[in-house]
Design a protein around this ligand. Structure first.
Ligand code: HEC
Ligand code: HEC
Length: 289
């Protein structure tokens, strides 16, 4: 056998002489199409080495005939984008807040920037779609605690609510039970009255007693009939929208302990163009006035 090619008896093809557990490897030539593709790839790579940056040298690399550089072209696109944005950003900075939406180009720039700034800074609390959750108001509806004009929204964003900033929107509802302003029974009565504002009272006598307590303790902020007061950030109690839940136990908890939700101020964290974009974006969400 030595020196003689080993021929497979079934196919009549030469084998490589390798054998594993009685299985032999046929020595078929590579298919032509494969070989030619392979040669073309080799030619292509030689061309590529010459034209494009390819081989590493000790401190740099071969530059290639056309001197292409991904790094330089990315830097160039960033410069171009910055220049384009810079023009719009400085226009936003110069435009009065309530005029931004009058200019379609500025408006769409503000909405895009506002949306992404919202996702980064606000969505943890208000949700990605600004739908809010318990304790964090929905910004899509037209139920505003502090006001829904673009200027109101801008002010809320700049200084926050019950925040550490001097200009913050500020108003604390007393904790009526914890601070011993009302007894437990009086809290139940006034809650019965609040339930009656949305036609849910079950005990008319209690609601009537509650109405008197309301007139003494609550009307200054929540106003006659519970319609609320935006100057004071006192929510409407006569609609079906609740920040802290509208069921009896929720209301008892709110009146007993107060909630005092905090919204941080953004004036020292974001630049003025971004703050304007955010106000315009929130205003556009559906409930803007
Ligand atoms: C740490 C949580 C938190 C973050 C972050 C936050 N908010 Fe708020 N936001 C609140 C709370 C809580 C309130 C409601 C406070 C209250 O009146 O009881 C609020 C209220 C508001 C209001 C007033 C709604 C109304 O009905 O008047 C606006 C507008 C608002 N947020 C916008 C934003 C924007 C824009 C951002 C991002 C720049 C943001 N918030 C980030 C917690 C947050
Ligand atoms: C000094 C003003 C003030 C007074 C007085 C006051 N409230 Fe409030 N109330 C507020 C503010 C501000 C909020 C929003 C609370 C927050 O976000 O922490 C609020 C919130 C509420 C809520 C929660 C609304 C929601 O959407 O979840 C209820 C219920 C409520 N008040 C009932 C009462 C009742 C009943 C009284 C009287 C016993 C009363 N309040 C007295 C200012 C006041």
């Amino acid at each position: 056998m030595a020196g003689q090619p080993d021929v497979d008896e079934f196919s009549g093809t030469e084998t490589t002489g390798h054998e594993w557990d009685g299985i032999k490897e046929l020595n078929n030539p590579l298919p032509r199409w494969w070989l030619y593709t392979f040669y073309i790839c080799i030619l292509w790579s030689i061309g590529y080495w010459i034209v494009m940056p390819a081989w590493p040298l000790i401190n740099s690399h071969t530059k290639g005939l056309i001197g292409h550089s991904d790094r330089a072209s990315v830097a160039r696109s960033i410069e171009e984008a910055k220049a384009a944005q810079g023009a719009l950003a400085s226009r936003i900075a110069e435009t009065e807040l309530d005029q931004v939406s009058a200019d379609p180009e500025l408006l769409s720039f503000a909405l895009a920037g506002g949306r992404s700034a919202f996702a980064v800074n606000c969505s943890q609390c208000h949700g990605l779609g600004a739908a809010g959750s318990r304790g964090y108001p929905n910004l899509n509806d037209d139920d505003w605690i502090w006001g829904g004009t673009v200027a109101d929204i801008h002010q809320t964003i700049l200084y926050g609510i019950r925040s550490e900033h001097d200009e913050s929107r500020q108003n604390d509802m007393p904790a009526f039970l914890n601070d011993e302003i009302l007894t437990r029974e009086q809290v139940d009565d006034v809650v019965e009255y609040v339930l009656s504002l949305t036609a849910r009272a079950e005990d008319d006598a209690a609601a009537a007693r509650g109405a008197e307590i309301y007139a003494e303790q609550c009307v200054a902020c929540h106003q006659e009939g519970g319609v609320g007061d935006r100057e004071l950030g006192a929510p409407n109690l006569a609609d079906q929208i609740w920040l802290y839940g509208g069921e009896r136990p929720d209301l008892v908890e709110t009146v007993s302990a107060s909630r005092r939700g905090v919204m941080p101020p953004w004036i020292d964290r974001l630049d003025s163009a971004t703050l304007k974009k955010l106000a315009v974006y929130v205003h556009s969400l559906g409930g803007g006035e």
